[in-house]
Design a protein. Structure first.
Length: 372
């Protein structure tokens, strides 16, 4: 579908009284904790969260501390590969991590994820059938879905009045846009975008095709201002870029003045297709506070909590029960919840097995060629 996807203004969703008791005073007896806080005798003082930047509403971290007495200590990573390297180096004792689909498969194969005790996560039952038992966790033993989205590109229509729903805008840009483009600093996403533009699959392992994708990225590099997965939304909001390879939620908020964005920034799913992904909450082997990690995951999936978090972050929620608390205009937005004809063009990034070494080499050669 050749269509630029404009996003509705995200409205705040107020937490209902159901399941949302007033925060207990700091000197309240542990017996006053809400049921979803679990066994007070087993709760740790903190839970160590390792996640993407701006990927949880700060109000919800505060609420978990106020209601359950547990401080959420957040640390951020910028790619799945960084997450993997951190765990391989010892893991830092993190309690809850948020890997994407293909990385879950790798972590399971490496024995790095703990099988979850779903008796402690009853709200996992709220998940939509389309978001569970996926290829990366077919028996749904290791993860609870967190968010899903796509990886197309954002356009500043204040500058580019008539964008085209094609990767050609990024890889064959008008000279006027040269130097005003950002690409994700992500091996699989960026190589994947190049592969799709060339007509190949996003998980292609043919060395010749990956070499072709590398050369395409090298040729594009002279027009790329930044390879950035963390502040690419800020760049297009400020006008430093006019095109941004970007994740859905960042694009949504970039176009909403009420959320610090700017009118005229729209999101495009290219006709050639783009990545569909799902991030998931998991508990790594070696977690410092595994019981508290389970309780935190369950808390984040209370329907009203999940709705508030989805609206703050800007991505699609897998929590079906949360949709009752999300504005209908948001649920109808095809950029967030793609219809079947759009979904048919989307591709999952999958574990490429031994070919990961080939991807690593191609990416390293690309970065060396552009001096990054």
């Amino acid at each position: 579908m050749k269509k630029v996807l404009l996003f509705a203004t995200i409205l705040s969703v107020m937490l209902s009284a159901c399941g949302s008791p007033a925060p207990a005073p700091s000197d309240a007896p542990v017996a006053d904790l809400p049921d979803y806080c679990g066994d007070p005798a087993k709760l740790a003082d903190e839970v160590l969260l390792y996640t993407w930047v701006e990927y949880i509403d700060p109000e919800l971290k505060d609420r978990f501390e106020q209601e359950c007495g547990v401080t959420v200590v957040e640390t951020n990573f910028d790619s799945n590969e960084t997450l993997l390297a951190t765990l391989q180096a010892g893991g830092g004792g993190y309690d809850v991590i948020v890997p994407s689909d293909y990385m879950v498969q790798i972590l399971v194969d490496e024995g790095m994820l703990t099988e979850l005790d779903f008796s402690l996560i009853p709200n996992a039952a709220n998940m939509s059938p389309q978001n569970i038992n996926q290829y990366f966790d077919p028996e749904q033993k290791y993860t609870v879905p967190y968010f899903f989205g796509t990886s197309g590109f954002a356009v500043d229509t204040n500058i580019i009045a008539e964008p085209v729903a094609s990767w050609s805008m990024m890889f064959e840009p008008d000279p006027a846009w040269c130097g005003l483009i950002s690409m994700l600093d992500d091996q699989r996403e960026t190589l994947g975008a190049a592969l799709m533009y060339l007509g190949y699959g996003i998980n292609d392992t043919d060395p010749a095709h990956l070499e072709e994708a590398k050369q395409l990225l090298i040729a594009q590099a002279e027009c790329v201002k930044a390879y950035d997965s963390q502040t690419n939304d800020d760049l297009i909001i400020s006008g430093e870029t006019v095109l941004a390879h970007i994740w859905t939620g960042d694009a949504i908020l970039a176009g909403l003045p009420d959320y610090g964005g700017r009118e005229g920034i729209v999101y495009v799913i290219p006709e050639e297709g783009c990545t569909i992904w799902q991030d998931n909450m998991a508990i790594p082997v070696g977690a410092s506070n595994p019981y508290t990690a389970h309780i935190f995951i369950n808390f984040m999936n209370i329907p009203e909590v999940a709705a508030q978090n989805a609206e703050w972050v800007g991505y699609g929620t897998p929590n079906e029960a949360a949709k009752e608390f999300i504005d209908p205009e948001i649920l109808a937005d095809e950029g967030i919840y793609p219809p079947a004809e759009v979904a048919a063009r989307l591709q999952w990034i999958e574990d490429v097995g031994d070919a990961l070494e080939l991807y690593d080499r191609i990416w390293t050669e690309f970065k060396a060629a552009i001096g990054s």
